[in-house]
Each structure stands twice: as C-alpha cells, then as structure tokens.
Ligand binder design. Sequence first.
Ligand code: SF4
Ligand code: SF4
Ligand code: SF4
Ligand code: FES
Length: 954
Amino acid sequence: MACQCGNGGCGTDYGTPARVSEKLVTLEIDGMEISVPEGTSLMRAAAEAGVQIPKLCATDSLEPFGSCRLCLVEVEGRRGYPASCTTLVDSGMKVRTQTDKLADIRRGVMELYISDHPLDCLTCAANGNCELQDMAGAVGLREVRYGQEGKNHFKSAKDTSNPYFTYDPAKCIVCNRCVRACEEIQGTFALTIDSRGFDSRVSPGQNESFFDSECVSCGACVQACPTATLMENSVIRHGQPDHRVITTCAYCGVGCSFVAEMKGDQVVNMVPDKNGHANHGHSCVKGRFAWGYASHPDRIVKPMIREKITDPWKEVSWDEAIQYAAGRLKGIQAKYGKGAIGGIVSSRCTNEEDYLVQKLVRAAFGNNNVDTCARVCHSPTGYGLKQTLGESAGTQTFDSVMESDVIVVIGANPTDGHPVFGSQLKRRLREGAKLIVVDPRAIDLVKSPHVRADYHLKLRPGTNVAVANAMAHVIVTENLVDEAFVASRCEAQDFMEWKSYVAEDGNSPEALEAVTGVPAADLRAAARLFATSGNGAIYYGLGVTEHSQGSTMVMAIANLAMVTGNIGRLGVGVNPLRGQNNVQGSCDMGAFPHELPGYRHVADDSVRGLFEEAWGVALDNEPGLRINNMFEAALDGSYKGIYCQGEDIVQSDPNTQHVIAAMEQMECVVVQDLFLNETAKYAHVFLPGASFLEKDGTFTNAERRISRVRKVKEPLGGYGDWEATMMLSKAMGYEMHYDHPAQIMDEIARLTPTFQGVSFEKLEELGSIQWPCNEQAPEGTPIMHIDEFVRGKGKFVVTRYVATDEKVNQRFPLILTTGRILSQYNVGAQTRRTSNSSWHPEDILEIHPHDAEERGIQDGDWVGIQSRAGETVLHAKVSSRMQPGVVYTTFHHPFSGANVITTDNSDWATNCPEYKVTAVQVMKVTQPSEWQKRYRQFSEEQQELLQQRETAKA
Ligand code: SF4
Ligand code: SF4
Ligand code: SF4
Ligand code: FES
C-alpha cells in the first residue's frame, strides 16, 4: 500500500520519475510559469509547481503507463484531453488542469472504478491511506450512477499464500502499478495482467499463488498498489500507524533506509524510504518484512548467570550479572595474565557499540585481544585494498553502477546476498550494460528474465587468482592496458614487475585452463570485453575473500581495475559487497587486534598516544589475538575468558568441533545477544542485547555510507548494548562517560581523521554520509581515489597463484562451496524466527546430476557430507546450476552443521577462513550424523537449563 503520509521520508508523489537534462523547458500550468528539465511529464511539472493532478496508475517510482485516464488535462491549441502522465512538456505550452469539463471526465472515470469496488471503506485496512479513496474525494465524487448491481469482482477469492501480504482481487483497479514495480524496480517479472477487458486481473506467474510463483516478496508491488488490493498483513492486523521513524535495515551491507511505521511502540510496517540514498525506496523480503524476530518469545530480556555450562541459568539483576562477569574476568587475569581475556565485536551492532567494545578491551582489559566477524568474511578486502589503493574500503556508491558499461561479478550473488543492489544491477543490465560472471555456480544473474551474462566463467573453486592473472595476461599481452592511467597514477616499478609476471606464458588462459576449468577462449573474450567496453566495474563478495588466497585475489582485482584505468570516476571501481549490515563499520571502528579506529596500527606511537591521551590510560603496543588465535590459545590453556557482543562464533566460525573444544576450555564466556544462540550455550553470563529497533547509533554500509539507526522503542532488556559495555567497563575498573551514542560518535570523529566531520547533527542534515568526511570533504566522499590514490600512487602487487592445500582425492573427490540464500541471513538467528523460514526451512546440498547419479542420489534424499574436519547430513537437491565435481550449501541453520565440515585453512594474510573450498565425499544415508545427534542432545539440554530458569522464576 503506497505511503501517503507526506512525512517520515516518503514525501510527495510527483507522479512520474524525475528527468535529468541540461535543457530546461518553460511552460505555463494553470497560469503559473515553470521551467523543468526536458523530458519531464506535464504531471510532474505540475506537481513541482505545487499542483496535484488526480492520478491512479501513475506514481513517481515507475515509468508512466497512461491507463486510468484520470489525469487528463487541457493544452491550449491541442485537441482532446491528453493524459498528463504520458505527455511531455513542450516549450511555451499552456496547460489547464482544472476545468469543468475535466472535472466531469474525472468524475465519470471514478464512477466506473467505484461501480466495481467494494464500498467497505470503514472496515478496509487501507482506510485513511488509500489513493482510490483520496481520488474520489479529489474529483468530488458524490454518486455512482451505474450502481453496484452489475457484473463485478466482489466475490473474488483472496490469495493469502504469502506470509507477509494478501492479494484481494476484489479491490483491484487494474492500474498495472504492481506489474510495473515488479519489472522496473525489482526486475523479477513475476506478475502479469491476466485475461482482457472486464476479466483482467493481476496474476502471479501462470495463474499461480504468490507463494508458488517466482515472486521473491520484495514488497515493491505492495508498495506501489494504490488500493488495499495488495496489503501488508501487519497493517491488516494492526491498522494504520500513528507515527513514523526513519531508520536503517539491520540485515545486509546494502544498508537500506526504512520508515518504521509505528503505533505506540508496536511496529506496524517497515516501508522502504524513498529518500534512502542506498535503496531509493526499494527493499527485499528481509528488511521489509522479516522484523518480527525483535519481539519473538525466544528473546531473553533478563540477565542470567551460571557457574558451569551444565548448570541451570539463574536470572539476576543487571548489576549482579555485570559484577559477576567482571569478577570472573578479573579473576582470570589475576591467575593467567592480562592477555587471557578478550572481546568479539559484531558487524550487526552499531559503530558506536563496536567502538566501545574495542575501547573496553584496550582500556579496561588492557590488551588488544579484540576481533570482529569481519575476520571470517571481508578481512582480506581490508588488507588487499589497503596494500594496492591505500584504503580498506570499496571505491564507489551503489548508484555508480548506473554508469557502468561492463560489470564483472566475482564470487558474489547480489540477487540473494545484496538484493536491493541486485535489482539496481539488473536494471543497468536491462539498459544494455555487459555482464561477466566469475563463479563456480550459475547464480541467478547468469540467466534471469531479460538478463543474460555475456560470459559465465565457471571456474573451479579455489582458482580465482589464476583466473584474474589470466585476464591480466590477456590485457597486457594484447595491448589493452590504459597506459595513460597507469603512467600517471601508479607506481612505475611495481607495474613493470607485475606486467612482466602476468605476461609469462604460464599465466595465459590456455596454460591455466586445466587449473581453472575455464575455457581459454571465453576467458580471453571476457578479458577483452572488460578492457575495451568503456566504464568497467568489479563487484565481488565472499567467493573472493573466503579462500586461502583471499587477500591475493583482492589485490588481483585492484590490479585489473588499475591496469584498465577503471578507478576514480562514476561507473567503475572495486566494489566489495559487504555481508552484514555493519561489516564496514566494525572494521572502521578498530575492531582488529592490530589496528585502532581508522585502520592505524597499534604499534604506531603517535596514533596510540592520541588514544592514550583521550582515554587516560596506557595502551598495549603489541597486536592482540585474532579470533582463531583465541581458540588456539584457549586450547593450549592461556586464554580463558571472552566477551562476545552480538556475534555467534560457534555457528559462524569454521571447524565447529574445534571451536566448541576451545569454548569448553574457557572459564568465563559472556554473551550479549537477543537469543540463546549457539555461543550462548557455552556461556556463563548472558546479557540481553537490544534489537536494531531499540538502538540509537549508526551503521556503515558497503559504500562507506554512514546512516542513522533510530530507536523506535525502548530496549526490552532495559539497556542499550553500549550501556552494558559501559557498565562492564566500570566494573572492570575503567569508567566511561557517555549519555548518548551521539557523544560516542563525537569521540570517534575527534580521534579518526576519516570520520572527522561526522556527527549525528550532520547526519540529520544530510541523511547519510560516505566517509572520508573531513575538512577536505565536508559532505563526504562518494567516489574515492579520483585524482590520486589514498596511498599516493596505486601499487600493483604480483599475485602468484598458489593452489590451496585443500585437495580433492579419492576419499574426498568433490569440492564443497558455501553461500547464502535470499530469505535467510547469516547464521539465521533472526530470519529463522520469522516467516522467512517458509521459503528455506533447512539448508540443502545442491549437487550436479552426474555426481548425483553416480552416487544413486535423487532429489530429497538424505546425504552425508564428509570432509577431513567432520561430517553432516542434509537433504539433496539435484541441480544443474552446479558444475560436476562441486557441491554447494548454505549455513543458515545450526543443525545443518555446515561449519562442522569446513576446515581450519585460511587466508595467508588475514586468517579469513577458506569456507569456499572443502574437499568432501557425498553419499546416501538414512540418519543424521553423529555430530548432529550430539548437537541435538546438547541443544535440548541447554534449552532445558533455560526452561529451568523460567520454572524457578514462576
Ligand atoms: S513482492 Fe516483489 S517480486 Fe513479488 S510480485 Fe511483488 S514486486 Fe514482484
Ligand atoms: S493489485 Fe494494486 S497495483 Fe496491481 S493492478 Fe491491482 S490495484 Fe493496481
Ligand atoms: S537489501 Fe539488505 S539492507 Fe536492503 S532491505 Fe534487504 S537485507 Fe535490508
Ligand atoms: S495517472 Fe495518467 S493515465 Fe493514470
């Protein structure tokens, strides 16, 4: 249902999209002179002059369609009554929008609509927020001469198959807005108008239900619908909101802006914000609909403690829990040394919260044992881009893709992992940009409605660097280098070394074909396309970073961008698609054992001195432990306590059995979270976390865009996460003093050059800011490295391909690679507690038909997947999206134990785990694995211990 509030970020609906043109056209509308860009519709020109022309089929997020005939106007010197939404402005035009004749026509149109529309306004969920109702009022409709007795659709059956919205055909005015939204905005093409004339109705797919169709539940059609035909179930249930708050989605790194529509402290609806700089009014199923987890009964809202993990939990006051945690942590330090404890920062928490946790570890724990889940996803991005370009972040805005001529997507699946950006990318592809996909699997982008990849380089997992080197070989040996760019912008000596390396015969596509599995001719053609098609942009994801050569591949990508001159302007660049909402932010905030906020090394005396002075405490100049080192140290007995805020390391880190063994060795595990997650099952102290709806702060998305997260309700546990960190810090002996997260951001800005100009005040003013934001760039930096690289000259780094140690052999002949799916998010703790699970109730194993046949496996069979690290059992899906020899699964359900199979192998530079390459054997089985049985039993015991707390309380 379209937002008509006129505030809260939705704003005026101008009827048709804005046009960009240097040429202005001047015309007269109702006697007012107005100048607008050429190509603007009369409807939009009028709206910009403050004149609202009645409309139904038009809305400014969609191209005009001209079907309802409500927006007719009179144009002096022209015959008839043109539709203002489809008629473009012309110089000197004189337009009249309100005449008696027009009023008659509009009333006649409305009468026809209303004669086939149930007059149940008082009980309709859209009452007060319905464009049909508004238009009836606007045209002065007082009677319906045709009555309602004729043929009508009043008894049409509702489609309630989608868990989040209802389709009520009785209320459809066949304006086509939903169909166009699905095509133009979302790019899924799931809807059509079925039949003709009176019988025409909206239909998902071939007369399927919404649930069974291709619909991905992005909500764009619901948003576009001017009536109650497509309506959110939450609005049907709760009614219209009474106030609105703009905030930011807490799921993926796109960082969509949303208007939280509220009734008291009840969220009624989450509407994508038209003014959101990252999403421009679009959303995906997660941010739009999957927010119910925040009020799920599984939420734990009272602090709990226990002596041993086999004890029942005991509910205690915050003070008791904090004192208990601090007492145990201090005891560990007294017994085992200062470095025996540490903290984990979450990429789901705000910048302010992340900053405080690293400050707690450094100032109160007195060491640098702080790490973030970016360790297991994008740490190679930080390393690789810093080495080559000088800054650990992507170079562009999302909107930049609209200027790209050729787009390379490597190891990323934007339509599932970053759906709103995926839709924008598809829009650009439909406009004609070329596409090269480098992925072992045929992701949706390879072939979807009106989108075809020009090249799909279906490489063997683990051979990214070889593919990048082969592309570079073609560019260098076929004289496709942007010589002027390289000469003026890059280090000459490094370039020469790199050039002679990639030019070696051993790096040719032909020489590497046997290694990569990519036909040399395709690779050559793709490299030529990238180097010669104008603006070339590279987008990549975890399929690049989560490898033993993750950092090498990031540098190889930067090399490719530099050698083709594709850096420093719109339409180009190196664009890491960050997984979680605040991965960029958690890294920026210094949640690394070797770096203080702003990516500055702890050993740098001047930087450390700055923090020491501000924080009034001496800081350790030695890097601390990375997450994986913490596990190793726990197993060797030197690391005994951990504070884990908002991160589920037991489920998300590789080699689960190894992680669990380490957790069992710890004497104090403090978990702050919403739910009793997998890590909390090994905890001694549980502190209730606040959901994003209960937080004030900021998230930084994949474009370096800092956006406000605004509290729409008080934390269910009584305190924000930042307040809990402050309390723990005080109990550890180091007091922090903040009254609001805005003050934390002020401190970050004082101490971090790239954040120098950032404040909550400025965020209010600008909506969002892309760092660096400082004196040189007071409103932020949408595109980086424009005239020179952050490091001065760009540095080419020789990227030798080194095969992973994880080899297939007779015992483990297949390669398992992992990824994510649209409806679920990361470890699934949030999405599994929403109706999103109707689409993905379990993780499954995708296997190529040949591999399946060889093993007698059919769709739906239970299959055991065995690696050198462990074994698990999943249902199989036979799929030709896979290539022979490669199997694939997701990791959203703890029982799947995807990380029981993944190994300890990791990126050479950052220890980012090699999730994407695990040698496995797959065979038909009839029961869960031993690990799964143990997991089930342990989980049931832990749930029982949780229940006992509740029983004791009652
Ligand atoms: S919810 Fe999205 S994908 Fe589904 S029909 Fe509507 S616009 Fe299309
Ligand atoms: S469902 Fe809504 S948007 Fe779609 S045609 Fe009907 S009234 Fe228009
Ligand atoms: S694309 Fe990402 S940020 Fe946007 S709504 Fe979906 S999950 Fe949220
Ligand atoms: S709004 Fe112009 S024809 Fe419908």
